[in-house]
Write a protein that binds this ligand. Structure first.
Ligand code: F6P
Length: 320
């Protein structure tokens, strides 16, 4: 391999820049060129490449977002788009690709691999932590810390007014951010897509709630009811509740990556180049039990469930 193309795709996540730095360092140390592709698959289709300077990358390890920019590409879902992307990669002399993104990104890689024989390696970059083949995805730790910081602040005002707060956190179909930020802030309830049982118990609690204290409930954005209908049900069972909704939103995607996400990015960046040197293709580099692992894309994109130990914690804290 002489020339690696690297890109970020889907939702940005803190730590992506550290992964770029890790991959570039390893590529250059092994005598390979490395070029960035701007805006993920969109930039590939448009032939939008960026030359990567090692010194610049070293200076952006601490930055949130992605210096390569990112996008969700509808054009790449069509074969026409993928053909245009391949033409641009060939023109640029790129003979291997490293993708930093989530399951949509890796599904794109799988579709692309039907068209060409270039080796593709993935790096898990999403705040949702919803990928199999790694214990942690890049950005999850930072997002949870951001959520916790904000929920602590919400508690201050909730406590002062004896209010009930529903706090919606991100995570798409995964309850990881909700569980971690909820347990970490001593929330009174956590609603996640993976289990719906706690809602009835929560309603019972609200029915007997007498406004002498605050109550914080974390609602994952993928919860089957959703924060609006949950609020309506609460008002139905106890109209005296002074209820507020706070949607944390995209603040969870931004900010400086945590120490953990910086190191994870660097480790996975280096591991992705190592995987290419070993002749691997169509696999994602991840960390399982603190060891580097490679998992085929097909396995990675399968629905990742909240693990049994976390489910047990939920039961212990909210169902007993
Ligand atoms: O996948 C990361 C994520 O932030 C999800 O938690 C959320 O559902 C989604 O992206 C939001 O996407 P967008 O920024 O395109 O609105």
């Amino acid at each position: 391999i002489k020339h690696i193309g690297i890109f970020t795709s889907g939702g940005d996540s803190p730590g992506m820049n550290a992964a770029l730095h890790g991959a570039a360092k390893a590529a250059l140390a092994n005598g390979m060129r490395i070029s960035g592709v701007s805006r993920g698959y969109e930039g590939m289709i448009d032939g939008d490449f960026i030359s990567l300077n090692e010194k610049d990358l070293q200076r952006t390890v601490h930055k949130g977002g992605t210096i390569l920019k990112t996008a969700r590409s509808d054009r790449f879902r069509k074969e026409e788009g993928r053909k245009a992307a391949l033409k641009n990669l060939e023109k640029k002399g790129i003979d291997a690709l490293i993708a930093i993104g989530g399951d949509g990104t890796f599904r794109g890689m799988l579709a692309f691999s039907e068209l060409c024989t270039l080796p593709f390696i993935g790096i898990p970059g999403t705040i949702d932590n919803d990928l199999a083949g790694t214990d942690y995805t890049l950005g999850f730790d930072t997002a949870v810390n951001t959520a916790i910081e904000n929920i602590d602040k919400i508690r201050d005002t909730a406590e002062s007014h004896n209010r009930v707060f529903l706090v919606e956190v991100m995570g798409r179909d995964s309850g990881y951010i909700a569980i971690h930020s909820g347990l970490g802030t001593g929330a009174d309830g956590i609603l996640i897509p993976e289990s719906s049982e706690d809602f009835n118990r929560l309603l019972e609690k609200i029915r007997h709630y007498h406004s002498q204290e605050e109550l914080i409930v974390i609602v994952s954005e993928g919860d089957e009811l959703g924060v609006g209908p949950v609020a309506s049900k609460i008002r139905e069972v106890n109209p005296s509740v002074d209820l507020r909704i706070s949607i944390l939103g995209h603040v969870q995607r931004g900010g400086h990556p945590s120490a953990f996400d910086r190191m994870l990015g660097i480790r996975l960046g280096v591991a992705s180049v190592k995987a290419l040197l070993e002749g691997q293709k169509n696999v994602m580099a991840g960390i399982v039990n603190n060891s580097l692992t490679l998992t085929p894309f097909e396995k990675v994109v399968k629905q990742h469930q909240v693990d049994a130990e976390l489910q047990e914690l939920l039961t212990l804290f909210y169902l007993k």
